[in-house]
Design a protein around this ligand. Structure first.
Ligand code: IVH
Length: 676
């Protein structure tokens, strides 16, 4: 058989599996015996083993074996299910602790207790109990809204259905991980690539009777909404969970100090292969709930917890080519196309090379034999290349001096803040001039955290772009649906759905809107800060007319880099046009202001000097939560100057001269009815 025939044979087998899977997962019907299914699966895997050029995303060697069912009702989480930031080294942990100490203004020798919990690699679920009765179970979904999988969850023995303990809260969302033990997974003659997929697949198929056949387990570790929980820290909560009848992780520990966290981490990593479920790291949570509350969240992860991931998997393969990808900010990212290789259960065929400097530093070339590392969910990257295995004809990789998409010159910028030349080379064209940049901007615009238009993903952006249906973001809201209806793969119903999802997203919050513009250095967190500051789109848009950007320096968290980037954005005529057009097409909602009638209504504050046991960031949050405002200098507009240790004398003197009230931290906290 020649290559073509082998490919044909392979794809016919893969397609068969795809068909069987769809029927099994979406229609709950087995149209083939288990034996026959396994034989085809084995043939596919053998073919892949013998012919490394064979790959398919529907292959059983790839993680996804099926499409998630669309049949579940969606339901909002009362409290969002957050994700966690990652740490990979001791240094990352030291930084994590430092940030907490700074935020809470703790002394360096203050011992923070952490609940250290092995991170099970399963599927998280949120179980609502009302008056002791298991009422509703949701998958994580996008964190805000999950799928109602109550009936499937009810089949899991580890989940108590009725809890009659007196101290069990009246209402509580118990959250934890659904998973399958490795030993159970092995004895399952099933159609899944790994235990995580088996758990996810069986939880999210339609028929609870099918779920019941899979020995799923549940370990509880946190809670969402609650009313009536009388517990002050995580370790007590974990104890309570087991008193109430939930399973908790037997390897959970309470620890203080990074040294001890590292010791525990190393110990568990060693034990990892002997544990009967997959863990991919350790989660550390600040044990004290009051501290957790004070720390709060950044974007979609808490400040008080982090996931310390186990070391990565590595493999050796060959670099077949080096491609240059262009991002929405014009950054040129080199990507190594490698001979597909299995790293820790995932077939890897791309590895990032980061930037030009990285290629030069490691002297990475096409044809090289390289060590590729895949750590957690991070994109695989090249660790090193073996220069001894290099052929004599190998040539140094020359990074393009012109953008491969639009031909504009590529430049490395000088960063005024760090006083260094950027490592990243960029296309110097103005945003929408470069096709690749434009497409990436559009992908960002429709992405999950931005407009999140259902059914309008990256593939559709590319497709519609090629067909010249869209070039600028506003085009999405002025599509000619009759043209789409005639396209291959589209029909009346799917066009109607698309029309509806676009229509639905015409109303958007100011913060999401700002984020969706894809302004460099304006991620979710900064977009939120800007939206809080400008409140309305019309105020934000004024930036296109004014030359004075100074005002933005008053926003805590916004610095020179961000201000320059915004200036740059508004100096571009196309961007201004896009804003005008979007304004016509959309309803951009004003930012929700913190309760307008808080205790500090109409009062302005400024802090000078070091406070005790509380950071400035926290004071600022407290002021804003209570409808007050912070300003950045002493002026007639200021009502209160809060002074700490070693205040700036000039500020205090000037405040006194203006007859502004000068108070200390205790007096400030008293204003909020809090004692220090
Ligand atoms: S706490 C805000 N505790 O890790 C706190 N999560 O990236 C977030 N996970 O989706 C959850 N073991 O599926 C927490 N002991 C543990 C966990 C754990 C596993 C998973 C969970 C979540 C993901 C966070």
């Amino acid at each position: 058989m020649d290559k073509k025939e082998i490919k044909k044979l392979y794809s016919s087998k893969v397609n068969l599996l795809k068909k069987y899977n769809e029927s099994y997962f979406d229609k709950n019907k087995s149209i083939v015996s288990d034996k026959e299914y396994d034989e085809i699966k084995k043939e596919v895997l053998d073919l892949e083993k013998n012919f490394s050029y064979l790959v398919s995303k529907y292959s059983p060697s790839q993680s996804v074996g099926f499409k998630p069912s669309k049949n579940f009702k969606k339901s909002l989480h009362k409290i969002p299910m957050l994700s966690l930031g990652n740490a990979f080294s001791e240094e990352d942990l030291i930084n994590f602790e430092k940030k907490i100490q700074n935020y809470l203004s703790l002394r360096n020798d203050f011992k923070i207790s952490y609940s250290a919990e092995p991170k099970i690699d399963g599927i998280s679920a949120s179980l609502t109990f009302k008056n002791g009765k298991f009422h509703k179970g949701l998958s994580r979904g996008d964190g805000k809204e999950g799928e109602d999988i109550t009936e499937n969850l009810k089949t899991i023995k580890d989940i108590p259905k009725q809890i009659s303990h007196k101290d069990f809260p009246k209402e509580i969302e118990i959250r934890g991980e659904v998973f399958i033990q490795n030993s159970d997974f092995k004895s399952l003659n099933e159609k899944f690539a790994n235990p995580r997929n088996a758990a996810s697949g069986s939880l999210r198929q339609k028929n609870p009777e099918e779920t019941k056949k899979i020995p799923l387990k549940f370990i509880a570790y946190t809670f969402g909404y609650e009313s009536g929980l009388k517990i002050n820290n995580q370790s007590d909560f974990l104890k309570k969970l087991s008193e109430w009848g939930f399973k908790t992780n037997p390897l959970n520990k309470l620890a203080t100090g990074i040294k001890n966290l590292m010791e525990n981490y190393n110990e568990i990593e060693k034990k990892r292969t002997n544990i009967d479920f997959d863990i991919d790291g350790i989660v550390y949570k600040v044990n004290d709930f009051a501290m957790q509350r004070r720390l709060g969240n950044v974007a979609n992860a808490p400040r008080w917890a982090i996931a310390h991931k186990f070391s990565s998997n590595k493999a050796v393969s060959k670099i077949l080519d080096i491609e240059i990808q262009i991002g929405r900010t014009g950054a040129l990212t080199p990507v190594a196309k490698i001979k597909p290789i299995n790293i820790g259960g995932v077939i890897v065929s791309n590895a990032t090379l980061h930037n030009e400097d990285e290629i030069n530093r490691k002297d990475i070339r096409v044809g090289d034999t390289a060590v590729i590392e895949r750590a957690g969910d991070v994109i695989p990257h090249i660790l090193s290349v073996d220069k001894q295995k290099r052929s004599k004809n190998s040539k140094k990789f020359i990074f393009p001096k012109n953008c491969p998409s639009c031909g504009s010159e590529t430049i490395k910028e000088f960063n005024n803040v760090t006083k260094k030349v950027d490592a990243v080379r960029r296309c110097s064209s103005e945003g929408y001039y470069c096709d690749k940049v434009s497409i990436e901007k559009l992908k960002h615009f429709v992405s999950k955290e931005a407009f999140n238009i259902d059914g309008f993903g990256k593939k559709i952006v590319e497709n519609f772009w090629k067909l010249k249906f869209i070039k600028f973001p506003q085009d999405i809201f002025n599509l000619d649906f009759s043209k789409i209806e005639n396209l291959d793969g589209w029909g009346k119903l799917s066009v109607q759905n698309l029309k509806y999802s676009i229509y639905q997203k015409k109303t958007i919050s100011l913060e999401r809107f700002i984020y969706s513009l894809g302004i460099r250095h304006i991620g979710l967190e900064n977009a939120k800060l800007l939206s809080k500051h400008f409140i309305s789109f019309s105020e934000f848009k004024k930036l296109s007319k004014q030359n004075d950007y100074e005002e933005m320096f008053n926003i805590d968290g916004i610095g020179e880099t961000q201000v320059n980037s915004i200036k740059n954005f508004f100096s571009n005529e196309t961007n201004k046009q896009v804003l005008n057009e979007l304004e016509k097409a959309l309803l951009i909602k004003d930012a929700i202001q913190n309760s307008e009638d808080g205790i500090l209504k109409n009062m302005t504050f400024l802090v000078t000097g070091k406070l005790n046991g509380i950071s400035r960031a926290e004071v600022k949050s407290l002021i804003e939560e209570n409808s007050g405002k912070t300003i950045s200098s002493v002026s007639k507009k200021l009502n209160f100057l809060i002074i700490g240790e070693k205040p700036t004398k000039k500020k205090v003197d000037y405040a006194k001269e203006l007859k502004i009230k000068v108070i200390d931290q205790v007096e400030f906290l008293k204003m909020l009815n809090k004692t220090s």
